[in-house]
Design a protein around this ligand. Sequence first.
Ligand SMILES: [Mn+2]
Length: 430
Amino acid sequence: MTKMIADSTIEQHNGERLDTLRADYTRLGEQLARRGIDIETVKDRVAGYGVAVPSWGVGTGGTRFARFPGQGEPRHIFDKLEDCSVIQQLTRATPTVSLHIPWDKVSDVAELRERGNALGLGFDAMNSNTFQDQPGQPLSYKYGSLSHSDAATRSQAVEHNIECIEIGKQLGSRALTVWIGDGSNFPGQSNFTRSFERYLEAMKQVYAALPDDWRVFTEHKMFEPAFYSTVVQDWGSNYLIAKELGPKAFCLVDLGHHAPNTNIEMIVARLIQFGKLGGFHFNDSKYGDDDLDTGSIDPYRLFLVFNELVDAEVRNAPGFEPAHMLDQSHNVTDPIESLMVSAMEVARAYAQALLVDRKALAGYQEANDALMGSETLKVAFRTDVEPILAMARVESGGAIAPVDCYRTAGYRTRVASERPAATAGGGGIV
Ligand SMILES: [Mn+2]
């Protein structure tokens, strides 16, 4: 296996911190035991948890005003895979990469698969792109793609999605994520009903091309790039799509794609209840689709989402198999550092949700004890689970403090000398 960070660097890093970690872990284990929780069980479940890294996330993002490239930016998908492998090597929480076509298109897909495998990475859901025009593309998506008024443009978008499935099949992926920028900027610009009918008809063609063991995830978003209406604007429309398409179709929840203050954890619960939660694009948001680092603004909301996920996990909710992916734009940080911290934030929310006393919570809910219901969640959320996360990392070869270890290893400086300053590449804000 190809390793971008030397084992010796990680071993030295951990060696300097292991005694402290063991003491913290033992102390937390005693505290949890008093609450009837076995720390080893929690650690094992955290160790088995993985969130996919988006290939586009390792490049510096941007806004509609500007993009300020960082040092040593990946030039192509093979560089991106190396960066993704650093995240996985140090955090052990990101075993797969989610690719984006055409940004990650290569002439030799088998080579891409081999390179990923050599770096210890698998391939998660494929992401199609009909929200931009590509060089040489015959028909424009300026006025939409899968819902376009022109049948030939819709066909072109359908064919692109089928191409993504074909590439994914060669990589060992088993899901396609579809997000469209289709919508309108003015009342009267498009007909809500006819646009949605055209979208459904096009998606049925994409669905028909799915292999038996594949799933398709549709992603809703309330606004942007269209600012008056979008064709797939909310979870209600998304649920209708999944129902219309069939059993392999599920809804994807991007945390940033809702109005401010929307109760996202409740949307998650509804989709789980009706067997249509496909997965997540994790990020955080202050105002809109800010694509900020997961857990950087509202870690309690992230915990509440995971509280619903663990609730479904422990009661074996039918059809519950959500795909977890990060989807962020890193404008002012080193993307590798942001993605490492974000992956750990997702794992932290999972660990905290595992600590919820569900029997007590159900009792308080039955008794209408609002205060203690809330406190039961807060007790889990307030628990510092860092020793559990760090121990899970160490035991699988990762680093106790991934960002420290990454900086010590000097990876960014090294690749900056190998990779000429890049200017191309999508901002990757989807
Ligand atoms: Mn997304």
